[in-house]
Every structure is written in structure tokens, then in C-alpha cells.
Design a protein around this ligand. Sequence first.
Ligand SMILES: NC(=O)c1ccc[n+]([C@@H]2O[C@H](COP(=O)([O-])OP(=O)(O)OC[C@H]3O[C@@H](n4cnc5c(N)ncnc54)[C@H](O)[C@@H]3O)[C@@H](O)[C@H]2O)c1
Length: 440
Amino acid sequence: MKREIKKAEGKLGILLPGMGAVATTLIAGVLASRKGLSKPIGSLTQMGTIRLGKRTDKRNPLIKDFVSLANLDDVVFGGWDLFTDNAYETANKAGVLEKSDIEPLKDELIKIKPMTAVYDHKYLVNLTPNNIKEGPTKMDLAQQLMNDIENFKKENNCSRIVVLWCASTEVYSAQTDVHATVETLEEGLRNNDPNISPSMIYAYAAVKLGYPYINGAPNLSCDVPAMVELSHRTNTPIMGKDFKSGQTLMKTILAPGLRARLIGLDGWFSTNILGNRDGEVLDDPGSFKSKEVSKSGVLHDILEPELFPELYGNTYHKIRIEYYPPRGDFKESWDCLDIFGWMNYKMQIKINFSCRDSILAAPLALDLALFIDMAKRADMRGVQEWLSFYCKSPQTAQGLPAQNDVFKQLEKLENTLRYLKGEDLITHLGLDYYENELFA
Ligand SMILES: NC(=O)c1ccc[n+]([C@@H]2O[C@H](COP(=O)([O-])OP(=O)(O)OC[C@H]3O[C@@H](n4cnc5c(N)ncnc54)[C@H](O)[C@@H]3O)[C@@H](O)[C@H]2O)c1
């Protein structure tokens, strides 16, 4: 059955809580693409195609021609940050992009100035902000954010808004009673409950207004029952969490291969060095804990140790992130996999990935924003698990195990698009190509 997707008409405002390295790399890349200065490499919405029908039909349209997505020319960026620097200043300080790539965009970047942010020292200890809102209650802060969103929408003549958390990783916190229902959450906002973090206040403001919300970091944010309930009540799509960009992307590419060939795994040691502000924040044990939890879940679900105790029952998975300022955004990761095969013979795989963190994350942020805007226009609401392709720790329906295998995640995304458009789902069965030949 085909679902109606309303056309992407008018401007789309992408509002970013957190206008640091990822956010400014995203903005600069979109501006550069518009000017024809660079290609949006790594973005499925901009460069990806989708197969429709049989292999022999040769129907492979661009995804952006198949479903109605906002055009990059119609995107307007804004956001909030703890610091007053505009997007031009931040892009220069972040050290991701070359000056020669930033200068042609200067006039537009300079105009993107962060609004005052919602901050709580309990959830972020390593930074000293100079651009924050005053309470007195968390509900007042949420109301101020809602005003910011509506003013931005009006001033920029946007027809739609998406809010995408690109801010620092908050100190680890677990779900508590205040996160149980919309009523308990609202009560907690009014009473300044300490278990409500800034990212939850942004999520609440967006979802309450019916604007899609995405969480690019590993902290809880919209991944609590109250926020899911609110997203249903306001018919709003939400998704999180944590962009699946570097080491975890590699992990979820490689692990399905080991599992497919039933190769055993004694251990997987992953370490990273990075020196950007993200690394500085993750140097705090509380923020690192959020990241560690998000990064460590992926192997379990792919390897299924319950089904294969001899192969994966004792896999030792260790993750380290080390803050090392000289490296800036040029993260380097090392992975050592101790594997075993036929007759228990031991082998090793070593990966050394010298990546650029924000270069990998920016296209994911763009795709998430454009796809969740489409979801809203298709009247989808609640958790958008089909976007788990982009997430290190995908949010799912309560109690439902996540799917972390990146190939299955891509199939899920593509089949969702086919489903929405009334096209046949692709199972790769392929028996129809051998109609009279396969069975005697
Ligand atoms: N770069 C990647 O590959 C990658 C991958 C996965 C997740 N992430 C996550 O994305 C987020 C952004 O990464 P980054 O490299 O851009 O970090 P960054 O430190 O450069 O930028 C984060 C920005 O958020 C701001 N901020 C912090 N708390 C805020 C708040 N309450 N309200 C508004 N602004 C706030 C900070 O001032 C900073 O400018 C981090 O949480 C990171 O863990 C990044």
C-alpha cells in the first residue's frame, strides 16, 4: 500500500543544539554543495540510488528523485551553543576544514550565530560557557527554546523545522521515574528535577511543538518513555542515538562478516586518540561512560552469543578513548581482533583507521535531518528505527533488540522507502530468475 508523502515545499529549518565541529562541517558542506564547490560525498540522500523491481528491470533512481526530500537550496541552518562564536569562527577553530574551503563561505557562515543555550554543569563538566539561558525552572527554559524555534521559523520563513542534537556528550545518566510518562516529565520540568538533562529539555521543546528531533550523541535525550509518548501525542518522528561514523561503523561492517562465516572471536580491543572539543568532553569519566555504553552494545546483537556460545560466548570487548590534543579532529583508531577458525587455530586482524571525525559525521547528520523531515510529511511518528543505519546505539520500540548490522540497517531503510512508495520490497530471494531450471 502506498502512503502519501506531502511534497517538500518551502524552506526547511535545521536547528542544531550544539554548533561545534560536526555542526559547522555539516553547514559548510551544504553551503559548498549549493555553490558547486564540492560534492556531498557520503550522503545517501544526495548521491545514493535505490533499486526498484527486479534486477533485470534496471530501475535505479536517485533516492532524492524517488522520495520527496528537501532540496539543499531550501535548507536554513540555526542553533544554540554554549559559546557566542558564529559558525565562521567555530569552523576555523574546529580545525576540520582548510581555510581555503571556509573562506568562500565566510559571508554566509558569519551570519549563523548561536542562540543562548540551556546548560547544566551536572551534565557537562569540562567546558566553561558564556552564552546560556537563565531559568528559573526547567519548564521556563523549555518555553524559551520553544520561543526560539518559533521565532527562527518565522524570521526565516520556514515551512518546516527539524531539531538535531549535535552538542557535547552529556554525563551518563540512566532512566528514572521522572522519565516514565509525559505527566511525570512535565512535573519534573516544573520542579527542576535533577534527572532531566539539557538535551531532554531541547527534545521536549521540539517534540511538544510537533517538530522532529534527532539525537546525534549517546546521552538519553529522547530515548525515554515520556518522550516517546509525547512524540505519539504530537505526531512527531524522533530518532537517536549517536552518529555511527568511525570506529563503530568499521565494527558493524566487519562483525557481520565474521558472524556470517562463523569465525570465532576471543576479543576485540578498540582504542582511539582524538584532540577536538568532543575528545576534551569525553576525557571526563561521566561523559565517557555515555559513549562507552553506546559503543559497546553493537557486537552483542550482531554476534548473538546466546546462539553461538562456543564462538562468541566469551568475547572480551574493550573500548578506550584517549584525549590527545595534538591530533585535533584527526582521530586515529586501532582495533585488534583475536579470532579463531577451523580446529580452533588462532588468527588476528588489526585495523588502523586514520579518519576525520566530523567529515564522517556531517553526511549522516544531513541525511538524518532530511529523512526525518520526510517522515513527518509521511505522517510517521514515534521512534524511526528505519534510520538506525546512521546510529551507533539505535533507539527501538520498548524491549525490542536493536539491529546493528549496517547492511541489514541499509536494507531496512531502503525497504521503508519502497514501502512508503508502494514498490515491491526486495528480499534477494531471486528464485524467479530460475523459474523452470532450479527444481527437477
Ligand atoms: N564527530 C563524530 O564522528 C561523532 C560521532 C558520533 C557522535 N558524535 C557526537 O556529536 C556531538 C558533537 O561532536 P563535535 O565533534 O561537533 O563536538 P564539539 O565539541 O566540537 O561541538 C559540540 C558543541 O556543543 C556545544 N554544547 C554543549 N552542550 C550544549 C548545550 N547544552 N546546548 C548547546 N550547545 C551545547 C559545545 O559548546 C560545542 O560547541 C558529540 O556529542 C559527539 O560525541 C560525533
